[in-house]
Design a protein around this ligand. Structure first.
Ligand code: AMP
Length: 282
């Protein structure tokens, strides 16, 4: 596995691979690997002759009051994992090589980025789209793999790819969870033992919503209230950021769950902001 820090080197290496007839799968990450990242890499490994993993804590997707400086990092361990999972290249750029001091070009999908996480993180998805487009351009990836835990992110990236006719296929993978149901996240390390003990109730609430829909309930306010009531009882350390039921592709808010419906949430617990989602009607 080659470890690259320069964007130009990554572009040159990937050009060389394409010239030799090799296709390329890309897994963009911010590092501090857990089994969710590892699942994406295992999946990507089977998709193309070459696998590029990027590890970049992208400053452009963090707001001024967010956890950029505190974001957990362990590049050495991450490199070992990426190597063991068959990455051909690990791209770990310095922020200065991705963003010039006078960087001024942004890619946005405002329609899909306003709601859900975008409400409390107004510049987040602009930062995500911009860095992901850079990674697509540099790697010339044929396929890129994302996690469904960040549902809004993969929906926005799919739209960007479609709207800009980018020659890359997007695949997404189901959320990998702890045994008790908590979605794996690099940010779970922020949780105190008390918060960690309550955190599985985030998914319990979402599962309750799905069972209501399966039982015939279709009214969004009723379903939402039932989840909130579950959280009041079982998740007292959580502070709600949002809990919404939206169309899985357009992310438009729904009144009923008669068609495809995704319930998505963000809950703050101590220093952590945890997100999760569930398809209520696939
Ligand atoms: P991150 O390093 O948190 O930016 O995540 C990198 C990629 O891993 C994104 O596509 C995420 O959606 C994905 N990912 C993060 N957590 C999980 C998880 N628990 N299960 C599956 N994929 C995940």
């Amino acid at each position: 596995m080659q470890i690259l820090t320069s964007p130009q080197e990554l572009a040159a290496l990937c050009r060389q691979w394409h010239t030799a007839g090799d296709d390329i799968a890309l897994v963009p990450t911010m590092g501090y690997y857990h089994a969710g990242h590892m699942d994406l890499m295992r999946h990507a490994r089977g998709l193309a002759r070459r696998m590029v993993v990027s590890l970049f804590v992208n400053p452009a997707q963090f707001g001024p009051d967010e956890d950029l400086a505190a974001y957990p990092r362990d590049a050495e361990r991450d490199a070992t994992i990426a190597r063991e999972l068959g990455a051909d290249a690990l791209f770990m750029p310095e922020p200065g090589s991705m963003y010039a001091a006078d960087h001024a070009t942004w890619v946005e999908v405002p329609e899909l980025a306003r709601g859900l996480c975008g409400q409390s993180r107004p510049i987040h998805f602009r930062g995500v789209c911009t860095v992901v487009l850079k990674l697509f351009m540099l790697s010339q990836a044929d396929v890129a793999v994302f996690g469904q835990k960040d549902w809004q992110q993969q929906a926005i990236i799919r739209r960007m790819v479609r709207d800009l006719n980018l020659p890359v296929r997007i695949e997404s993978r189901p959320t990998v969870r702890e045994e008790d149901g908590l979605a794996l996240s690099s940010r779970n390390v922020y949780l105190s033992p008390e918060e960690r003990a309550q955190a599985p109730h985030i998914q319990q609430g979402l599962l309750l919503a799905r069972s209501l829909v399966e039982g015939g309930e279709n009214r969004v306010p009723v379903i939402r209230d039932a989840v909130l009531a579950h959280w009041v009882r079982h998740l007292p350390l959580g502070r709600l950021d949002y809990l919404s039921i939206v169309h899985p592709q357009t992310l438009a808010a729904l009144d009923t769950t008669d068609g495809p419906a995704l319930m998505a949430c963000a809950v703050r617990m101590g220093k952590a902001r945890l997100i999760d989602n569930i398809l209520l009607r696939p």
